[in-house]
Design a protein around this ligand. Structure first.
Ligand code: FES
Ligand SMILES: [Fe+2]
Length: 438
């Protein structure tokens, strides 16, 4: 008996098992986290703020980053400007402003600003003779403060840096936009069509990113909604992961443990706010989901979801099948499924109800662990919450900024009505007509 036991402990199977367990313990204790020092992007950088089509002619687009109220508009050259939503005269918001020929006029005393940010009518806010005596001083102080912007692939990006500036040349871009672009991540961008939705959550930005890096909840929370036979509530899976971390991104490829050659999905996190979800080699990928996360503020975040596909590109067919509308309906449903979880998780976190020991990050959560380590390090380094005196009871900007589902249902209701209306026009009405003539 003793001999058999000794032989067993020396057997190849046993040694392999031990090796495997050792490897898994290493993974679970995240000893390899030092690699993360390679990820050198922080919280300052390019954020995709909205699709180009959201920014209408002569209309401001209000938003915020880390609770700093901001707005976008197009100047006289159609270039996008991102300015602080605080008038440099007496600190009013530009809410209710007018924009004419690319010049913005404050609703309080009517100060009008050129695209460069100079006040064009100082005599509107002080007596002419005072302006004449000290013009340079006024012109310098009453000047818009801006962040850098960029418009590419129908996205409007803002470069969030430590401070907005009256002179944009002062802002140094530490990170290039090319990290974010599909083409530079190996996807032949021009081969795709896409649908997109915008999502507003009253919860923490980092919690949404965590949710999108969380592979297991997909089966449980979204199992009934995601149209994939391999994803449903009854499926119990575990994965082997191949993780790559470098200066620009963290990527994990998930392979089924039961079938190690079979890939389930790839998740690529490109700081600060972009996640790509896809399967297989990017060059041949039929489908890629691009998720942009916008840290509007404490307990307030937006996601732009864009689904790129290489199939179903025919406009007539898309229209006939109500593809846009039904896709939107699915997206809204998926985010509704997450919403209460994220809200309560944020509450529990911010109220100090989740102790460190209560969090169990297990094997499948390696990406999440890497993300949190990066986030905490970046938050300490960049200090993006410059406005920590924000009074959440005075959340006047929430009313201005938040407008998308699931927080504000309007667009979801409109989409549902559109589905009913178009279904009637396309299918029910012709059918009734046919029945009548028969
Ligand atoms: S506060 Fe804007 S013009 Fe006075
Ligand atoms: Fe989710």
């Amino acid at each position: 008996m003793e001999n058999r036991q000794t032989n067993f402990f020396k057997s190849k199977d046993f040694i392999d098992d031990i090796k495997q367990i050792k490897k898994e313990i290493e993974i679970d204790t995240f000893e390899k986290i030092e690699n993360q020092k390679d990820l050198n992007l922080g919280l300052y950088g390019w954020y995709s703020i909205c699709p180009s089509k959201e920014l209408k002619k002569n209309k401001p687009f209000y938003f915020s980053l880390f609770d700093e109220p901001l707005l976008l508009y197009r100047d006289e050259n159609k270039k996008v400007r991102c300015i602080k939503n605080i008038c440099p005269h007496r600190g009013a918001s530009f809410y209710g402003c007018s924009i004419t020929n690319g010049e913005i006029t404050c609703p309080y005393h009517g100060a009008r600003f050129s695209s460069e940010g100079n006040c064009q009518n100082l005599n509107r806010i002080t007596c002419t003779h005072i302006v004449d005596n000290n013009y340079d001083n006024y012109a310098k102080r009453i000047h818009l403060s801006q962040y850098k912007t960029l418009e590419k692939n129908n996205y409007i990006y803002v470069y969030f840096s430590r401070y907005s500036q009256t002179d944009l040349n002062i802002i140094k871009e530490e990170h290039s936009i090319i990290n974010h672009e599909l083409i530079n991540n190996g996807f032949p961008e021009k081969d795709y069509a896409y649908e997109e939705v915008l999502i507003d959550f009253r919860c923490d930005w980092s919690r949404i990113i965590e949710n999108h890096l969380d592979i297991l909840h997909i089966f449980w929370v979204h199992g009934d909604t995601i149209p994939d036979k391999d994803v449903n509530k009854d499926v119990l899976v575990s994965f082997n992961q191949k993780i790559e971390i470098n200066k620009k991104y963290i990527e994990s490829i998930y392979f089924y443990k039961s079938d190690p050659k079979k890939e389930f999905i790839r998740i690529k996190y490109i700081p600060p706010g972009r996640i790509l979800i896809y399967k297989g080699n990017p060059a041949n990928c039929r489908y890629v989901q691009v998720l942009d996360h916008i840290p509007l503020g404490h307990n307030k975040a937006r996601v732009i979801v864009r689904h790129y596909r290489k199939f179903l590109k025919n406009k007539f067919l898309i229209n006939l099948l109500l593809f846009k509308e039904t896709q939107k309906k699915i997206f809204y449903k998926i985010f509704n499924e997450d919403y209460m979880i994220l809200k309560t998780q944020t509450y529990n976190h911010k109220s100090g109800l989740i102790k460190k020991d209560d969090i169990k990050l297990l094997g499948e959560d390696r990406m999440i662990n890497y993300f949190w380590k990066w986030y905490k390090k970046s938050e300490d380094k960049d200090q993006p919450w410059k406005f920590n005196k924000i009074n959440n009871n005075l959340n006047v900007y929430d009313e201005i900024i938040l407008k998308y589902p699931p927080e504000v249902k309007r667009f979801e209701v409109i989409n549902n009505l559109n589905i009913i209306r178009k279904t009637c026009i396309r299918y029910v009405a012709p059918l009734l007509f046919l029945m009548l003539i028969i």
